[in-house]
Design a protein around this ligand. Structure first.
Ligand code: 173
Length: 318
């Protein structure tokens, strides 16, 4: 009798032990499900759920249908959710220097080597009670898209939908900046509430905005950043093995950036085919535009975050 009971009891013990070890993390995205800036995060979730079986599991609650995008940063901070896919532009209210991340364009492999990741992680620990697990979309810049043709780089009389990413720059060019989450852009364009909007070079087709967009202003500027954050109390409560699953998947996620260049080429062709025309005033005007965009953004970051802004600028190398 004993011989048969003992292995069964041991088996039961080890199974319940494994169950007790597996942690489930609730995750949200600040971008619509299955669209450009959620897609890689969703792949990351699948990867964690595969490689972390029995240790860590991510329960994906969803995108803006589950939570308004501008509330996502605070939700990670207060542990309303355990993990989020969110751009710094959406939590500048809690961390003004997060508006400076768009000005840091080095690849993550380098940022992890040269102390940038560590510094930005400290800022997230302190101000957002979170671990800065990963940053995505290296080498993906932003554009201003317009429905009115302009004949010089001057936005006087134009209303442009913004987030903190584009606000200073639109205002520096004389435009009126109107802040909205992505979910309100289509209707604002359709109704003529705005004459254009800021958005990355990728992603407008996922949202149907190609149907309400006429022009793409050149040149592209800044660098998209979409971060994976984990609530810091949750992070500290994980085992080393669980943290390793997440860190390994984070590096894998950052390596997906090698797909970006081809995606941009394809997207621009698709925009051309959709009759979205470039507006381009040539290299000299383009350089003035980029210098101005860079200057006004750093000035604004340093004004609002005088302790950390200069350090971020130094790390950025621009
Ligand atoms: O335009 C936006 O909503 C925005 O700020 C952003 C940031 C990163 C990726 C996509 C959009």
């Amino acid at each position: 009798m004993r011989k048969t009971i003992l292995p069964a009891a041991l088996l039961a013990l080890s199974v319940s032990g494994a169950n007790a070890q597996e942690v489930t993390l609730r995750a949200v995205s600040s971008f619509a499900e299955k669209t450009q800036f959620s897609r890689n995060f969703e792949r990351f979730i699948d990867r964690v759920n595969e490689t972390g079986k029995g240790q860590v599991k991510i329960n994906y609650i969803g995108g803006p249908r589950a939570m308004p995008p501008f509330e996502v940063g605070n939700a990670v901070r207060t542990k309303v959710v355990d993990m989020a896919n969110v751009t710094g532009a959406f939590y500048t209210n809690l961390m003004p220097e997060s508006d400076g991340f768009k000005l840091i364009s080095k690849p993550m492999s380098e940022q992890r080597r040269n102390g940038t990741w560590e510094y930005i992680n400290q800022l997230h620990n302190q101000k957002l009670n979170s671990q800065y697990l990963a940053r995505q979309f290296h080498n993906v810049p932003f554009h201003i898209y317009l429905n009115k043709k302009i004949d010089k780089l001057d936005f006087t009389g134009l209303k442009v939908r913004v987030t903190p990413v584009y606000k200073d720059m639109v205002e520096a060019l004389g435009g009126t900046a109107i802040t909205t989450p992505p979910g309100e852009v289509y209707t604002a364009l359709e109704r003529g509430v705005v004459d254009g909007y800021g958005w990355p070079v990728l992603g407008i087709f996922d949202l149907g905005w190609d149907k309400v967009t006429k022009f793409r202003l050149e040149p592209a500027f800044y660098s998209v950043e979409v971060n994976v954050l984990v609530n810091l109390d949750v992070w500290k409560g994980l085992t080393d093995a669980q943290r390793k699953v997440l860190n390994d998947a984070a590096l894998w996620l950052e390596a997906l950036d090698s797909e970006n260049a081809a995606a941009i080429t394809a997207e621009k062709q698709r925009q051309t085919a959709a009759n979205i025309q470039p507006i381009d005033f040539g290299p000299a005007e383009g350089k003035k535009f980029l210098d101005k965009a860079n200057d006004v953004a750093w000035q604004s970051v340093i004004r609002r975050a005088p302790e950390s802004g200069p350090k971020l600028r130094q790390l950025s190398g621009n």
